[in-house]
Design a protein around this ligand. Sequence first.
Ligand code: BGC
Length: 374
Amino acid sequence: MKKKVLLSAVAAGAMVLSLAACSSGGSGSGGDGGGDGGLIGVAMPTKSSERWIADGNAVKSQLEDKGFKVDLQYAEDDIPTQVSQIENMITKGAEALIVASIDGTTLTSVLQDAADADIPVIAYDRLIRDTENVNYYASFDNFKVGQQQATSLLNGLGLTDLEGAPVDGAPAGPFNIELFAGSLDDNNAFFFFDGAMDVLKPLIEDGTLVVKSGQTDIEQVATLRWDGETAQSRMEDILTSTYSDGSKVNAVLSPYDGISRGIISALEGAGYSTGAEWPVISGQDAELDSVKAINGGEQYATIFKDTRKLASVAVDMATALLNGDEPQVNNTKDYDNGVKVVDSFLLDSEIVIKDNIKPVLIDSDYWTEEEVNG
Ligand code: BGC
């Protein structure tokens, strides 16, 4: 009897050990998951936006947990700086590169150097274009992000629920809306805008929504480098040129929280005050200042993309490649980079409005209660 108990205790202990070995090996992509102490280069675009800081930290710590060394660099949105940072990583003997590009079209030559040195490359969040030397792409379903941004506006106007289903007794409108897009050198900007227009276009066509400035082409509404001040001055121009007749803008499609904050400043400068006349404004990234602005009623919604999960996909891809395994993908058709379709793993995103800040952002430990309310 005693012996039996002892044996099963040993067996249980062995099981715990082997489970621990499995979990330290990471999930998903297979292989033993362990790093060999080799160096991985991680190139991020800028520290001027919180999300990239969170991404960089998450990728670095997850790689280090697997035993890799990490060279993490930020390029402050300067293209030559990013190119030379990547060049340096290659020189230092990086075994793989994880790259969130500034301009997706400017890395062709440095990635040829990476390929010549047999270094695999993972495009992180933003597709790297015009090169065959990108092995995999880790991102979110970016078209859906755009659809969610538009849907959040319709929800804020009282037209639909958060799934986009029409609600009974919805107001008839028409509502004035203005459109903003991201940076044209970022492939994602097109996916977000196309996704948003997929939802908004029918309502623009039937007259429920009116783009009073008439600016509806992505080239007209884009924001170079996703810069908040650039967006602020475009919004100021629109308010002066189109709304000085006393009419009000009721909704603003914004693709990123930093752009939303620029739009909010322009509205405040033009004398709008929060409350009944304040427009519904979308966003993206769940940046802390914008989550606070959602709490305060200046921004209506953001889109939450969990950077911890994206980091884990990219880290699993790199680990699998270095172990000679095939990374896990779930999309092999949508991300054509101009030279080839890049196999991708796309994560899901969520709409966040005031009512679900707690379950989505606080309960998942993305932000603490103190950070949001403090
Ligand atoms: C990212 C967004 C981000 C934007 C600006 C895009 O490529 O997907 O999450 O808001 O860049 O940094």
